[in-house]
Ligand binder design. Structure first.
Ligand code: GLV
Ligand code: GLV
Length: 329
């Protein structure tokens, strides 16, 4: 019999239709968040799943999923999946790197510019009908040119942002788990510094690192206290990297100039204290959201699932595995 796969939500039918050539596809029509019990139910009696970051899958969800062998995540980040639990259960996990790098770096830069130059705050003010006369000192923002950009997490997206920063004559510092090869550093004109120095030097700090137990709340009250009070912070990674109450406190009391956030600790819920702040730019997790990139992400996830479940020439060898080599079964 053909493998059965669960397509967790409708995603570009012209692309996901390719799954039907290989599998019996179980489609869930409602585009919604699923409670854990529902996810566990969907994972029973299937061999693979194509999911998004809204589907949280760990030991509890796969307890009754004896046949499950592969999960294709339609995202580069995979903190929605409990990797140790899935690896121990012999489930191959794949993600969608590379295809979203440039689109996400574009958005990081857009959010940086909007935050530094107070674009959305200015627009809100104008729409409120408050523009009576032009004023010389209204809505002054922070320059990008000539400033220092700090990048925390220097993967593909971080490097894409560094390359863009060169066009704005910014000085680029970065901190990463491991230092980049010298030729990569010179290609993106970025200098490696320690975490404390990154915080202290940055006029603008961009977060582009994966969310793990090690990166949980790396931007906490102590880290924020090391930053310049004139600095801006941009988070396009995951909400849990930032201690949101500490950030809110710093923003509300002038210890940090502004923040641009595309991700949140409890998303899609956003803390009302954030909504009430003037000096934040808030977007709903859209950094990779261009039609071409979203289609490329789905296409890569489909390829990954087909390869992972062993139909075709690259059987068992998807192009973007996350836990290959760590599998127990
Ligand atoms: C989106 O946040 C992704 O990880 O692709
Ligand atoms: C994240 O993994 C990236 O592509 O930077």
């Amino acid at each position: 019999p053909r493998p059965r796969v669960w397509l967790a939500r409708p995603l570009f039918e012209d692309i996901t239709a390719r799954l039907d050539g290989h599998f019996d596809v179980v489609r869930t029509p409602v585009e919604d968040r699923y409670p854990p019990a529902a996810v566990a139910g969907h994972l029973r009696e299937i061999d693979g799943a194509l999911v998004t970051l809204s589907e949280k899958i760990g030991a509890e969800e796969i307890a009754g999923a004896a046949r499950l062998r592969a999960i294709a995540n339609v995202a580069v980040g995979y903190d929605n999946l409990d990797l140790p639990a899935l690896t121990a259960a012999g489930v191959l996990v794949t993600n969608t790197p590379d295809v979203l790098t440039e689109t996400t770096a574009d958005f990081g830069f857009a959010l940086l510019m909007a935050t530094a130059r107070r674009i959305t705050e200015a627009e809100r003010w104008l729409r409120e009908g408050r523009w009576d006369r032009w004023s010389f000192d209204r809505l002054l923002g922070a320059d990008l040119h000539g400033s220092t950009l700090g990048i925390l997490g220097m993967g593909r997206i971080g490097q894409g942002i560094a390359r863009r920063a060169g066009g704005f004559d910014m000085r680029v510092l970065y901190h990463n788990r491991s230092r980049l090869p010298a030729e990569t550093e010179s290609a993106c004109k970025a200098r490696y510094v320690g975490f404390a120095e990154l915080l202290a030097q940055a006029d603008h700090l961009m977060l582009v690192l994966p969310y793990t137990a090690q990166t949980h709340h790396v931007i906490d009250a102590a880290a924020l206290a090391k930053m310049k009070p004139t600095a801006t912070l941009v988070n396009i990674a995951r909400g849990g990297i930032v201690d949101e109450p500490a950030l809110i406190d710093a923003l509300a009391h002038g210890r940090l100039a502004a923040a641009g956030l595309d991700v949140y600790e409890g998303e899609p819920a956003v803390r009302p204290e954030l909504l009430a702040l003037r000096n934040v730019v808030l977007t709903p997790h859209i950094a990779s959201a261009s039609p071409a990139t979203r289609r490329a992400m789905v296409a890569l996830a489909v390829d990954n699932l087909i390869a992972a479940l062993g139909c075709g020439p690259d059987a068992g060898r998807p192009s973007a595995p996350v836990n290959a080599g760590k599998m127990k079964r």
